[in-house]
Design a protein around this ligand. Structure first.
Ligand code: NCD
Length: 296
């Protein structure tokens, strides 16, 4: 079984991942090595930069007793022009037990999955999907607010380029949440009726801000310093219009002072941003365990 998109998971598999992650998170098992995947080898192949996703997949593998081996793509034969397909064939010949891939092109993990015998996990492909991020976001919401059902989640910012928004917009409604998408008109996909950021945040239980993905924007936004924050960012004033007790999320990395104000990002009562990172390990443990045991 591969984990390429939210659509590739059944409701039962989603529930199993969230439950298992919850067990790993709440018990001290996450701090202890478990030998569930002893002797297994996980390849981490990241064609795009990553701190959270790459390190938490590696940590998750080690916590389960597996070894994680990272290919430094920029120092690999990719830099000599080797194609994605040939790289996949080469890596497959070493018989990994799972392969985690991040790539700038939409669909690259599916291309690799068609070649590699082991399960392939999508760690973010272009502007398409980032399923394990959505799973860890759902696990974080569930941990903090005890449920996802009936909640309103505002996802605000660069929706057009965000694989995090796409995966969450698929996952959270399946878990009973209402998702509102909002952002600057030029950063919204053409197929949805845009809400203003203010409309989306009003009364929301969860406010998830997205990074302005300057590497995917052909032209710079051309905003003056402070302009994005004032027009579209999460300030304390905007957060005050959300539901009482609303929580703040961001997949990271943050552009502080652009899409989110420092004091909101660092608010110890409302910000779940560090909890999201922490939750990344048990969620990816649950994902690796599921796909590798299905292959065994
Ligand atoms: C995101 C990504 O790379 O998709 N980061 C992450 O995985 N936590 C979001 C981003 O880069 O803005």
């Amino acid at each position: 079984m591969d984990l390429l998109s939210i659509d590739s998971l059944t409701d039962q598999q989603i529930a199993a991942i969230l439950d298992r992650a919850g067990e790993y998170f709440s018990s001290d098992r996450v701090g202890r090595s478990n030998d569930q995947l002893h002797g297994r080898i996980v390849f981490n192949v990241f064609y795009e930069n990553s701190t959270r996703t790459a390190m938490s997949f590696a940590t998750a593998a080690h916590r389960l007793g597996a070894s994680a081996i990272a290919l430094s793509v920029e120092r690999s034969s990719v830099a000599k022009g080797e194609s994605l397909e040939d790289t996949a064939r080469t890596l497959n010949a070493m018989r990994p037990d799972a392969l985690v891939i991040r790539h700038r092109e939409n669909g690259a993990p599916a291309t690799v999955a068609a070649i590699v015998d082991a399960p392939v996990l999508n760690a973010g492909d272009g502007t398409n999907e980032h399923p394990t991020q959505a799973l860890l976001d759902a696990a974080t919401i569930r941990h903090r607010l005890s449920r996802t059902d009936g909640l309103t989640v505002a996802i605000c910012g660069d929706i057009r380029h965000s694989r995090v928004a796409r995966s969450n917009a698929k996952l959270l409604p399946r878990l009973g949440a209402e998702v509102r998408l909002a952002g600057p008109p030029e950063l919204m996909p053409g197929n949805i009726v845009p809400l203003t950021v203010d409309e989306a945040i009003a009364g929301a239980d969860v406010v998830m801000m997205l990074r302005v993905q300057r590497e995917r924007l052909e032209a710079e936004l051309g905003d003056a310093p402070g302009e994005y924050l004032a027009r579209y960012g999460l300030t304390s004033e905007r957060l005050a219009t959300a539901a009482p007790g609303a929580v703040v999320m961001h997949p990271g990395p943050m552009n502080r002072g652009v899409e989110i104000e420092d004091r909101v990002a660092d608010d110890p009562d409302r910000s779940l941003i560090t909890l999201q990172v922490e939750m990344g390990v048990p969620v990816r443990m649950a994902c690796l365990e599921m796909v590798i045991s299905a292959a065994a």
